[in-house]
Design a protein around this ligand. Sequence first.
Ligand code: DER
Length: 223
Amino acid sequence: SNQDQLKRDVARAALEYITPMLEADTIVGVGTGSTANFFIDMLAEKKGLFDGTVASSEASAERLKRHGIPVYDLNAVDGIRVYVDGADETNPLLELIKGGGAALTREKIVAACSDEFVCIADGSKWVEVLGNFPLPVEVIPMARSYVARELVKLGGDPVYRDGVTTDNGNVILDVHNMQISKPIEMEEAINNITGVVTNGLFANRPADILLLGTADGVKTVKS
Ligand code: DER
């Protein structure tokens, strides 16, 4: 589909952007989702030019290993030179909503550890105000109902993502109808709810650069 081609375009642009960074000891952080998968498949072209990767999900780790790309435990590496991952929404400040693929906790951890976060997205992810995409929140299972009630107090409409357990053994609430005009404050408010593990707002730590796939080519936006 045309959207798939835009995803390939930004994955290729990300590979070109990181190539000058690749040295024998370089660790690359790798995200989760369909756009990240195109990047993983292209990263295999550079195998041997860098040390290895840290993955933000078991699914991405498996895909990398199928290409013969080394995958390290985060605790085994000193740092991550660059993290490449998709997003469900991005605003002009490169504040993101992530978590569509239920990998938000490990994604946020890998992003936190990375020197530079490169977000790759097709143009449909670009919004002026975050919140049209339901905000994923990872929750300790026993706290699900309590957290849902607290999210309602914040103006949201939480929906349990039935049948989904995260790599960390937790559950996801997708919070609808949130007009997130103050992403940093909302991220902190949700983090303060007891039982919340992670929420999908990447605002306190936005992406450093966005490669946005459009019909007019790949646009580069810096935060
Ligand atoms: O779950 C995630 O955070 C993914 O990165 C998601 O935000 C993007 O997935 P996509 O590339 O399949 O649209």
